[in-house]
Design a protein around this ligand. Structure first.
Ligand code: SAM
Length: 227
């Protein structure tokens, strides 16, 4: 079963939106499991302090390597083979192919950063793989972890119904998805394209591919250049 263990200073964020809809149903049905670990449980002193000022100066605070490592060591067994991810704007951008790989594995351990981030030595010493969800900066890794988990969990067998199967979706074929239509046939003078009402499945498939290609060319030409 896909198991997610989240290391965070804000465990109450979870399951949050992951407790709803497809991922929430999957969680309730035992198709995946979610556990949170409070990093502060391994904090130092009376105040359970987890952070300190950056060496070399500068703004903000940094999560201490010893505190984070202690939390990871207590939360993950030595034989735990799950990828250890650190949500980070500096990380490799998350892609659908990485999501698919993760979804088909045993699960993930995810560290959610806060403040200025995490002491580099904890990243190195505990082999954390930095993952970014986009070129912008969030205030913490929790929402980023939820994005990653939502994308993974919907691919776990049984979570999505057959009707919602993801094989046609954006990125799965290297293209963005074609446009969708449903009833009514005429909406404010805009009609469903005739080909979709023709019943000719080969023509429909060709039209959708053409549309997907045109949309990808216009919006994300970079996708067409990917190997
Ligand atoms: N000082 C960091 C930098 O400039 O790269 C930003 C730290 S950010 C305020 C705090 C935490 O939010 C990060 O440690 C990370 O866990 C999370 N975070 C922010 N933006 C993210 C993104 N685009 N993808 C993944 N995680 C992100």
């Amino acid at each position: 079963m896909f198991r997610a263990t989240i290391f965070t200073l804000y465990p109450d964020f979870f399951p949050g939106p992951l407790g709803q809809s497809l991922s929430g149903d999957g969680l309730a049905r035992g198709l995946w499991a979610l556990e949170t670990r409070q990093i502060r449980d391994h904090g130092l002193g009376r105040h359970k302090s987890v952070d300190d000022t950056p060496a070399g100066g500068g703004p903000g605070m940094v999560i201490r390597a010893d505190v984070l490592a202690a939390s990871l060591d207590a939360g993950l067994g030595a034989d735990d083979a799950r990828p250890r991810l650190l949500m980070s704007p500096r990380g490799r951008p998350l892609t659908q192919s990485r999501v698919r790989e993760l979804a088909h594995g045993p699960g993930v351990a995810i560290v959610c950063g806060r403040f200025e981030g995490v002491d580099e030595r904890a990243i190195e010493a505990r082999g954390l793989e930095e993952v970014s969800i986009g070129d912008y900066v969030l205030s913490g890794g929790e929402l980023a972890a939820m994005v990653l988990l939502d994308a993974c969990v919907r691919l776990i067998p049984g979570v999505m119904g057959k009707l919602e199967s993801g094989s046609d979706e954006s990125f799965e074929s290297g293209l963005l998805e074609y446009p969708h239509y449903t009833r009514p046939r005429d909406f404010e003078g805009r009609n469903i394209p005739d080909v979709l009402l023709s019943g000719d499945h080969a023509k429909i498939a060709a039209w959708r591919r053409e549309q997907a290609l045109a949309i990808t060319k216009a919006r994300r030409p970079d996708l067409l250049k990917r190997p």
